[in-house]
Design a protein around this ligand. Structure first.
Ligand SMILES: *[C@@H]1O[C@H](CO)[C@@H](O)[C@H](O)[C@H]1NC(C)=O
Length: 324
């Protein structure tokens, strides 16, 4: 073979290889999304998701550089494939009008999806107007109109990698009724005085791993609720924030426990708490079992280790069993 024959053979091979191997890619721009930070791109994202979810083979949904304004979006499964890869080079921005975000449980919500990866990108929750409303004691939106930034419910096999969440209105990431979820290289950031901006909340889920992650926020860096099992947190930094907290548990009489939790190689800096387990002081079959906290570094932490079996946040807990 001479050189040009070799070259055309290689080109043909490359083309063939690409058409066989490359999964379809949907760029949100093709669906009408505008990277200008002003145009509402909600329906473009939802249309791209519809295509991705109905594809019978793995697909990539691509969000290029730029700022994309979206109201709340429900990415609902079940999908026809179990390999949806969402690659974000840009920033998703929530509306700054606190009454306008939408009516889904979360700003960016995945439900009943099996096999989804979110890689890269920034999620800007625009929480500041809601926090100042709350801090000023004004009448603020409540219920479904206030949003967690990124939620997964009833999802399996989820990977969130290299994603940054800024200034969530409420919690940044919520994992609820899921199996096999991994968060790696995630950055979460909100001011230390922003109310109810928990970093990562995990409940009713099994097989959740959080590694190489940093949370700076105004509430718990990680909060672990009833029904969390087989959870591993490793190489994790918290501060400012309220620490890593199991509970509050035991709010209900019948409640699934928290079990098999490993939290190791953590650093807490300027936090109110470090490692905490809290339960209400009233009858419940809830429990925390097989919990390992190991290799924690505490810098300027008010309560490095805090185990509270009479949790009573507002000093007025009528349900609590009273001492006679
Ligand atoms: C917790 O770990 C124990 C011991 O490894 C295991 O038997 C049990 O099934 C785990 N719990 C759950 C809910 O997976």
């Amino acid at each position: 073979m001479n050189n040009s024959a070799l070259l055309s053979f290689l080109c043909l091979f490359a083309l063939l290889h690409q058409s066989l191997a490359a999964s379809p890619q949907f760029n949100v721009i093709q669906f009408g999304a505008k990277p200008d930070g002003r145009t509402d791109s909600t329906s473009a994202f939802l249309a791209a998701w519809k295509q991705a979810c109905s594809s019978t083979r793995g697909v990539t949904l691509y969000v290029p550089k730029g700022r994309f304004l979206t109201r709340s979006m429900l990415f609902k499964g079940p999908c026809r494939n179990s390999a949806i890869f969402i690659r974000i080079d840009g920033t998703l921005v929530a509306p700054s009008d606190i009454w306008a975000i939408g009516n889904n449980p979360n700003w960016i919500e995945f439900q009943y999806v099996n096999g989804v990866t979110i890689s890269g990108g920034v999620l800007d929750g625009k929480g500041a107007p809601l926090w100042s409303c709350k801090l000023a004691g004004r009448k603020c939106p409540t219920g479904a109109t206030v949003q967690q930034t990124l939620g997964f419910s009833f999802c399996n096999n989820v990977l969130v990698s290299g994603v940054t969440s800024l200034n969530s209105q409420m919690f940044h990431v919520v994992i609820n009724f899921c199996r096999n979820v991994k968060l790696q290289g995630v950055r979460i950031s909100a001011p230390g005085n922003s109310p109810n901006t928990d970093g990562i909340h995990i409940q009713m889920s099994t097989g959740v791993t959080v590694v190489n992650t940093k949370v700076a926020t105004g509430d718990d860096c990680v909060s672990i609720g009833p029904g969390a099992a087989n959870l591993r947190i490793e190489n994790f930094a918290c501060g400012p924030g309220h620490g890593i907290s199991i509970g509050s548990l035991g709010k209900n009489v019948n409640e699934p426990g928290v079990q098999n939790v490993t939290v190791k190689s953590t650093t807490f800096t300027g936090t109110t708490n470090g490692l905490r387990i809290k339960s209400w002081g009233k009858p419940s079959n809830g429990f925390a079992r097989n919990i390992l906290f190991q290799h924690a570094t505490m810098n300027n932490v008010q309560n490095p280790i805090f185990i509270d079996q009479r949790y009573c946040p507002d000093r007025n807990c009528p349900d609590t069993v009273k001492k006679n």
